[in-house]
Design a protein around this ligand. Structure first.
Ligand code: HEC
Length: 212
């Protein structure tokens, strides 16, 4: 099932319902996909199954662009991972090199279980994952989005989709949401790679408060 942070509900919901019956992807099985983007003969991205062995950037819980909850009663975590070579390059330069792959996976946020009496933990069931790819050979000068809700290769999401416009308009570094990746934001600041759009928005941002 397709779940996203910052869901533009009207776009996504009909698709999510249509895909509910497909089996969830498995991140531990499948071939040992390379840590560079790889495609099938029709140009579809092969699922990078081993992204759980990459570098972890951050998690969000119930992140939403709207102050109101996007889906009533549904609580979700998202976790972001990047391929190690791209991460190392970011540490040096404050931006992403060619062949970067960032994965965002979604998992349910579950209530008390085992010894946990309050707060939430992540479900072992994976609800799908999306990949943001920089690949000059495939899409010169731009990034591309792909979405996986089963173990099959995925076509690029059309560039007219809302994914591209939100990332372009609000993301801190090269259409990626580095403002939410705590170890990377200071590096982007130091290397002065923050986007003009982000810097302008950040001026009027309320100071983040720690949650409870
Ligand atoms: C309204 C804004 C918005 C829209 C629309 C949106 N995203 Fe994002 N996206 C975000 C935010 C914010 C994050 C940071 C998530 C976090 O911090 O956990 C993010 C992170 C990601 C990441 C992790 C890598 C990165 O670029 O930072 C991927 C992959 C991703 N989104 C894919 C998609 C796809 C695919 C779509 C469209 C189907 C989409 N997004 C639509 C706001 C958006």
């Amino acid at each position: 099932m397709r779940i996203l942070p910052f869901i533009a509900l009207s776009f996504i919901l009909p698709i999510a319902i249509g895909q509910e019956s497909k089996p969830a992807p498995t991140v531990t099985s499948g071939r040992d996909a390379a840590v560079e983007p790889a495609y099938d003969s029709q140009g579809r991205l092969l699922p990078p199954f081993k992204y759980r062995e990459w570098i972890y950037l951050s998690s969000g819980i119930d992140m939403s662009y709207n102050p109101k909850p996007a889906m009533d009663g549904m609580s979700m975590f998202d976790n972001v991972f990047v391929n190690p070579a791209a991460y190392r390059s970011f540490l040096e330069t404050g931006t992403w090199p060619d062949k970067t792959m960032l994965v965002l996976e979604s998992r349910g946020a579950q209530g008390p279980s085992s010894i946990n009496k309050k707060g939430r933990s992540q479900s072992s069931e994976l609800m799908g994952f999306e990949v943001h790819v920089r690949d000059e050979a495939k899409t010169p000068g731009t990034w591309a989005f792909y979405e996986f809700d089963n173990d099959k290769p995925a076509e690029q999401i059309p560039t007219t989709a809302v994914c591209y416009s939100c990332h372009e308009a609000h993301a801190a570094v090269a259409t990626t949401f580095v403002q939410f990746y705590p170890t990377l934001l200071p590096i982007a600041k130091e290397k002065k790679t923050l986007s003009a759009a982000y810097l302008k928005e950040a001026e009027s941002d309320p100071k983040p408060q720690s949650g409870h």
